[in-house]
Design a protein around this ligand. Structure first.
Ligand code: NAD
Length: 334
């Protein structure tokens, strides 16, 4: 209760202040290496992250059957050598190793247990890896259903962003039983460089939510810092190069700088297109705040960050990458 009113108070404080991705060659690779003696893998959710992750499974020679509600996304994977399934149910009827990479908890529930969902045609012994960032309690619910159906389930959310997804350099935070983790690691290793067993079902999501709360806070801090430095007359590239060899250095300043032109190949240098949407970051901060209330953990900066990203969503930034926090601040000052 005390935490809740504290959060409300900090939110009000903030609101007051706030007023003022070698495509052709990789397609070739996928086709050349496809090996039908390897297990067919199913992949549902071919968005900014999932499309790259699915391609990395193809590159490892596994036949791949994919599904996304966007036919454009499915066709792009078909060109790379995958087969398209008509629904999650059809994917599950053709593959007994399945990765899902969906926006949020309701999408995951629908894909697993909805009409034409994975559970309607699930083969016994299937390995299910859900890499979406969702509420840990939903992971537990979906895992319990898998258990009843004789399947193995891990929650395996990721950190690293779209470039890491493309380059197979993601970090996977995995929750699940030891045997399921050992089976999943074989496939997650194809898409990431760190595959970490966090504990029982739901602990992968717990680790991910904590990481993203810190990321959201550091991105706002980096955006504020870069904006202030520029108004003080500093060249943004020069300021970033100083931060990145100094104590202010963080992932948001070094790898994913929010100021256009400071770093090539990141969303800020592409009008904040692609990347990790502000709406998705807002969802993750909401998950973090729910967890903070449940566990009575004070998270004042997490709460303020949630308010900021909510305002961004309501100001036309929902579909932009979350590093557009910098642009949002610039527009505020105008
Ligand atoms: P995205 O919105 O780009 O992709 C989601 C995909 O799921 C879309 O292609 C959409 O069409 C598809 N989809 C939605 N409902 C579906 C359904 N019922 N059946 C089949 N497909 C469906 O999202 P993203 O950026 O790829 O992120 C996916 C997940 O990974 C999210 O939970 C996000 O929080 C997390 N994540 C994203 C990043 C990032 O940098 N983008 C980084 C780490 C984690």
């Amino acid at each position: 209760m005390a935490t809740a009113s504290y959060l409300t108070c900090t939110s009000k404080m903030f609101l007051f202040g706030a007023r003022h991705v070698l495509r052709t060659s990789s397609m070739q690779l996928c086709r050349n290496y496809s090996d039908s003696s390897k297990a067919t893998v199913g992949f549902v959710g071919l968005g900014n992250m999932g499309a790259h992750m699915a391609r990395n499974i193809l590159k490892n020679g596994h036949p791949l059957v994919v599904y996304d509600i966007s036919s454009e996304s499915c066709n792009a994977l078909k060109e790379a050598g995958a087969t398209i399934g008509a629904s999650p149910a059809e994917v599950a009827s053709q593959a007994n190793k399945i990765v899902t990479m969906l926006p949020s908890s309701p999408h995951v529930k629908a894909v697993y247990s909805g009409q034409n969902g994975i559970y309607s045609t699930l083969q016994k012994g299937t390995l299910l890896m859900d890499s979406s960032t969702i509420d840990p309690s939903v992971s537990k619910e979906v895992a319990a259903q898998a258990d009843e159906l004789g399947a193995f389930f891990v929650d395996s959310p990721v950190s690293g962003g779209v470039n890491a997804a493309r380059d197979g350099l993601l970090t996977f935070m995995v929750g699940g039983k030891d045997d399921a983790f050992a089976m999943a690691k074989v496939y997650l290793d194809m898409m990431g460089k760190n595959v970490i067993h966090c504990g029982a079902i739901g602990t992968g999501q717990a680790a991910k939510i904590c990481n993203n709360m810190l990321l959201a806070i550091s991105m706002i801090g980096t955006s504020e810092t870069m904006n202030l430095g520029m108004r003080l007359g500093l060249d943004p590239k020069m300021l970033a190069s100083i931060l990145n060899v100094s104590s202010g250095r963080c992932w948001s300043s070094e790898i994913y700088n929010p100021v256009p032109g400071v770093k090539e190949g990141v969303p800020s240098s592409n009008d904040y297109k692609g990347g990790f949407g502000t709406a998705l970051m807002t969802k993750d901060l909401g998950l973090a705040q729910n967890a903070a209330i449940d566990t009575k953990s004070p998270t004042p900066l997490g709460s303020i960050s949630l308010q900021l990203y909510r305002i961004m969503c309501n100001s036309g930034f929902a579909e932009k990458d979350f590093s557009s926090a910098f642009k949002f601040l610039q527009e505020l000052e105008n």
